[in-house]
Design a protein around this ligand. Sequence first.
Ligand code: ACO
Length: 323
Amino acid sequence: MPIMTQIIGTGSYLPERVVTNDDLAKTVDTTDEWIRDRTGIRQRHIAAEGELTSDLAFNAANRALEAAGMVPQEIDMIIVGTTTPDHTFPATSARVQAMLNTGNGFAFDLQAVCSGFIYGLSVADNFIRMGQINTALVIGAETMSRLIDWQDRNTCVLFGDGAGAVVLRGEEVAEGEKRGVLSTHLHSNGHLYDLLHASGGPSWTQTAGHIRMQGKDVFRHAVTNLASVVDEALEANGLGYDDIDWLVPHQANQRILDGTARKLGLPKSRVVVTVAEHANTSAASVPLALDTAVRDGRIQRGQLLMMEAMGAGLTWGAGLVRF
Ligand code: ACO
């Protein structure tokens, strides 16, 4: 019997401290009205001093494991999607593995910026379907606040910190049964490297740098690429827009969410939106949105979920899941 990857638990974590648009307007030349109009963002969570990406990841992972009814020792592989690792090396996932007190299996980080979770889901799904592992923890965790230039109003209003996680398990399904991860679709275009980048790096400046972005170009590519990868995922499965119960998109900007939903002809009532409260949490945003909608009861078992994301690279991708 074929093996398909099931999402058996979700979890998320947000740092306690909330920074509102009005708070930001005290330090940069911006307004709550401008930020809400252009992005839909009202507030973001910011990690406390000394609170690291691994702490956020660990908390989200624990909640996902609890939801799955599993202990860390049952996990074969840990992937942390992050662009804000604790250290340049080792991987943040290694620290998370130690925090979870599990020495079995293996752990690595995955750098695809805002697409990190979708890339991680795809990698884990392939490992599971190939039979190399049976269980995986895929985490998206970021402390974007540490990469922000707090004097740059073009970018500092857009991002937040947080983490989301899923526990995946391979299960045998009947021939022809479509349950779990139906397919994943990944893309990148390195020619667009400069559109969105950090102004530093170990090999370049020996500092982490700050986020730099050509916002309008990123916006344009986001709507086009996201709509096209959603089409690709539906077509690969012989499904149409009407079959999607929930679009669980990367939460970058309300206007990107609206633009993508409009292009797909999806009503807003079928789009999970958390950008107002969380801002853009990069690799954490899709699993954070997923966990939010699972826990508040919107997402139900058996429903069809379309997850998608685009980030720096540019990278983008989608994962279609019968939850
Ligand atoms: N407050 C007030 N004014 C601002 C702010 C701010 N926070 N930020 C920029 N402005 C000003 C600009 O300086 C500019 O002023 P000028 O005309 O005097 O030069 C003016 O507002 C208009 O700027 P634009 O860049 O034209 O504004 P735009 O309508 O494009 O909105 C935004 C900017 C929100 C960044 C938009 O381009 C966007 O959403 N881009 C997508 C970027 C994104 O989401 N990136 C996240 C990572 S990628 C991803 O996750 C998909």
